[in-house]
Design a protein around this ligand. Sequence first.
Ligand code: SF4
Length: 184
Amino acid sequence: MSATAIDINPAYQPEGFEGQGFFATSLDKVVGLARANSLWPLPFATSCCGIEFMATMGAHYDLSRFGSERLSFSPRQADLLMVMGTISKKMGPILRQVYEQMAEPKWVLCMGACASSGGIFDTYSVLQGIDKIIPVDVYIPGCAPRPEQVLDGILQIQKLAESEERRRREMPEYKALLAQYGIE
Ligand code: SF4
């Protein structure tokens, strides 16, 4: 390769059949590839973990390399809910409403000890983990997690997005999970 050549590898190629001038694969694989590499996060940040997320969005860690530079502050235009920070019990219903307003397919990334378990705030006012009110797909441990961990969490969500059923909402297991939370 010459010194000026640029090796661009934006996303992996799914399994399929190729010949001269064509490539064929299944619809599920194409949809999974598109979903995984165009996640639109909704940052629900309430405290210090949010600062680490801001660092993840900055030029050094650059979340946009993973197709997620477009943050959404409207649940209707987001498919990845990122919960970061201490969630008080008072805020629980609002978080749940945001989750319910997001259209399928959607995923939840829970960042840090506070969002995952209440962290050091074992008090009457703090929710001891957001999975008490909404289902969570991936947890990021730590207080506060480093941006590298956030990127790893996004990669785990990408794996889920590209491999799961195209119509996850119609699967009996998913319906049963939502029913546990009283979500229809
Ligand atoms: S886990 Fe640590 S860094 Fe994150 S919100 Fe809680 S106290 Fe702050």
